[in-house]
Design a protein around this ligand. Structure first.
Ligand code: PEP
Length: 253
């Protein structure tokens, strides 16, 4: 059974005042049937961990360098994230691919670094609007999956997030059929490459997930949760999403 995952990506948002949101989330999600993760800015990782106390709320980084340490001004290693209390790290987010020119090979190296440091990697991929309109979505995603997921990856250390670039922060979402088509293609490619181990990778959807559309998305086959940007910043928005995922994870009598 794949444990469902509600992951929040705070991006470059949040200061110490945001720890109140962490405290609220920690208290309100301790009985959730899914795993709940917040990826705050690295400046808050340690304090967020402390604020959550013994609650099962998890924390992650938003990016890491492939190297464990060294002369890399401004970068942060997977080992440093782990030291600050991270359990996960997002790699290959489209904002990193676009703003920092990250290639699939760089993303795969970061995912390997995550594994080396004992972190789970959330590997992001997704097509642009131009690529979708050109009928290239599945080809692009297949190429990104092949290039960004390192050899030896397994469901225990790797999560895949399908994030169509045109849906991130725009309020646009793909149709249920489009999400289903991509997630089915991802599962098929994982099975092809990793054999039956391909079943163990969690597949998240990301891109304008909100309280109002979460339940519909979580009801889709092969959707094991969500990577949420804007709607993860406030507990009041993120909690209904966690509740919808928890409900989707509930055993059917
Ligand atoms: C993201 O940045 O990963 C994301 C999904 O953002 P949003 O939910 O704001 O579209």
């Amino acid at each position: 059974m794949r444990r469902k995952l509600a992951a929040g990506n705070w991006k470059m948002n949040g200061t110490r005042a945001s720890l109140d949101e962490v405290r609220t989330l920690a208290a309100a999600t301790s009985g959730a049937r899914c795993e709940v993760l917040i990826c705050p800015p690295a400046t808050l990782l340690s304090r967020a961990n402390e604020a959550a106390g013994t609650a099962p709320l998890r924390f992650g980084g938003q990016d890491c360098h492939a190297d464990p340490s060294g002369a890399r001004t401004g970068d942060i290693s997977a080992e440093q994230l782990a030291d600050a209390g991270a359990r996960y790290v997002i790699v290959g987010h489209s904002e990193r691919r676009t703003d920092h020119g990250e290639t699939d090979a760089m993303v795969a190296a970061k995912a390997l670094a995550a594994r080396r440091a004992g972190l789970k990697a959330i590997i992001c991929l997704g097509e642009t609007l131009v690529e979708r309109e050109a009928g290239q979505a599945l080809a692009v995603i297949g190429r990104q999956l092949a290039g960004s997921v390192p050899d030896g990856a397994a469901g225990a250390d790797t999560v895949i997030a399908y994030e169509p670039v045109w849906a991130i922060g725009t309020g646009l979402t793909p149709t249920p059929d489009q999400i289903t088509e991509v997630h089915a293609a991802l599962r098929a490619a994982l099975l092809d490459r990793f054999g039956s181990g391909g079943w163990d990778f969690r597949l998240l959807y990301g891109g304008s997930v909100k309280p109002g559309n979460a339940a519909e998305i979580f009801a889709l086959p092969e959707v094991d949760g969500a990577l949420v940007g804007g709607a993860s910043l406030k507990a009041a928005d993120f909690l209904p999403i966690v509740a919808a995922l928890s409900a989707a994870a509930a055993p059917v009598n």
